[in-house]
Each structure stands twice: as C-alpha cells, then as structure tokens.
Design a protein around this ligand. Structure first.
Ligand code: IPD
Ligand code: CA
Ligand code: CA
Length: 276
C-alpha cells in the first residue's frame, strides 16, 4: 500500500474529517437514547442498528458532494463494492457497534480515501472519548493538531498489545488462542477494546506497542493503517508483507518490535497444530 501521494490528498482529508464529524455528532446524539434502539441481527452474535446506517448515509452524502467521482465502499450500504479500484472512500460509519449498543465508551468513525487500493487520506474520529486522528500520505498523522508518533518501546516485557478476539467466524479460534498463550507471559498486557479502528489509532498514538487481529474487513482497517504508517509504525499481514485493504489478518506495531511480534505470532504454527 505504498505509492506516490496524490496532490489532492489534503482536500480529501478535509472532506473526510468533515464527514466523520457529521457522523460522530449524529452517533453521539443517538447514544442518549440507545436503550430504545432496535438491534438488527447480522449474524447470531453480530448486531447493527439504524445508527450505523444513518451515520453512513451522512458520510456518503457529504463525500459524494465534495469529491467528484468518488466510489463508496461502506460497511452498511455498499459493502460489495471493490475497495482497491479507482478513487474510493472506505467507510466504517460506526466501528465498535457492540460497544456502542452496550454504552461501553470505545467506538468511532473511520474513513479512508484510497486510490487504487493505496490509502491517501484518513480519519478516525473517537466518538465516545473525543479526538480526531487524521493523516495524509507522506505528510504525517495527527491528533487534532498534534503530530502522532508511535511508541519507542524496545522490550517485549514492557509492551502493551491490543487485539481482537474472534467472535463472528471462530474457525481460527485455536490458532488465535495459541498466539495469545505465547504472548501472555511475555508482554506487559493484552487488551481487547472492541474497535479495530481505535486499536490501530492507539498504536499510532503510542498507547499500544502492537495490535493484531486474524480477520478484518477493509473498512475496519483502512483508516487505522494509514495512521500507524504515518506515525512511524509498521503494518503487515502475518507473513510480513505490507498490509493491503484486503489482507484480512493484520499485524501492527511501532516498527521496532515488528519482527519479534511476527515471530511470536507465527512460532511453531506449522509444525505444532495444537500445543495447548
Ligand atoms: C468490529 C470491531 C471489532 C473487531 C471486529 C470488527 P464493527 O467492527 O472493529 O473490534 O474485532 O472484527 O468487525 O462491527 O463494530 O464495525
Ligand atoms: Ca468495524
Ligand atoms: Ca461498523
């Protein structure tokens, strides 16, 4: 996901920040009456409400008005659109829906403007706790107006690692649990906060030293990946290849710990099918 930065990327970032702000204000307003919301079932353990859809409608309307020719790839309204073709807005209107529905204050809006699959501009708006994280390719990542920098942690024993525990598709649960088991005694802590976009933001701002999840959709990861890279970190798949929008599995870190982290996640996985 690296290529020359596009001259319009600042305009795209500004449009994305404005659209995320409109969605965030809508979500914050609706959170007051969340107890009355109907939960619609996407799968047995995965729910959505009219708030996710309403937020995405606001983002779509603002982006299509401000960026001529943009294609929407949004979780709720255009999930089947290809994320790696042409100029596209990869949108998660509410990342952390389960948290939102329960009133657990960790959910946000993620928008990435990508050109042929390469992120050019991104915003992750932390709705519940506040803060707008944004980045443009080659120009750095920021929290509001402060430049972001990944952590300088060099010792795994001092590392705080974020993760996503499989819950929709648990076909890789054994592999995941083996990874977790290997990390548990070696790092300072492992956190499952429930919003991949905010988890990646937490790597970008140096709160987490690393993050991994075995399956994410393009809208979960696109914005956060640009934030981490522009803050000086590294994001790959489990094989150490630069992460793409369609990578699924993702490993992010401050860069310093990346090779160690990949090694831990992959250790013995081929040779020992179930050491637990
Ligand atoms: C989910 C969150 C969660 C991650 C899931 C995602 P949603 O997104 O990012 O942290 O573990 O894989 O699907 O459904 O709340 O937008
Ligand atoms: Ca999501
Ligand atoms: Ca979502």
């Amino acid at each position: 996901m690296t290529s020359p930065a596009h001259p319009k990327r600042q305009d795209w970032r500004n449009a994305a920040v404005a659209a995320a702000d409109a969605a965030a204000r809508f979500i914050a307003h609706e959170s007051i009456s969340r107890h009355t919301l109907a939960w619609e079932e996407k799968s047995a353990t995965d729910f959505v409400s009219r708030v996710d859809v309403g937020a995405e409608e606001r983002i779509r309307d603002m982006l299509t008005a401000r960026i001529p020719g943009i294609r929407m790839v949004g979780e709720e309204l255009s999930a089947d659109a290809h994320p790696e073709q042409g100029l596209a807005a990869i949108v998660d209107p509410l990342d952390g829906t389960t948290n939102f529905l329960h009133g657990f204050p960790n959910y946000g809006v993620s928008i990435c403007i990508a050109l042929d699959g390469v992120p050019q501009a991104a915003v992750v708006h932390d709705v519940a706790r506040g803060g707008v994280l944004h980045a443009t390719a080659s120009d750095g990542a920021f929290l509001d107006s402060s430049r972001l920098q990944v952590s300088a942690t060099t010792s795994p024993a001092r590392a705080l690692i974020g993760t996503g525990i499989p819950f929709k598709d648990v076909s890789q649960a054994d592999r995941y649990l083996r990874q977790l088991r290997r990390l548990m005694p070696i790092v300072s802590g492992v956190r499952r906060a429930g919003s991949a976009a905010l988890d990646l933001s937490d790597v970008a701002r140096g709160r987490f030293d690393g993050f991994w999840e075995l399956f994410l959709n393009p809208w979960d990861l696109a914005g956060g990946v640009l934030l981490v890279r522009e803050a000086g970190g590294r994001v790959t798949d489990l094989d150490g290849r630069d992460a793409r929008l369609t990578s699924g599995a993702i490993v992010a870190s401050n860069g310093i710990l990346h090779d160690w982290f990949l090694g831990m996640l992959n250790e013995g996985d081929d040779s020992d099918p179930d050491p637990t």
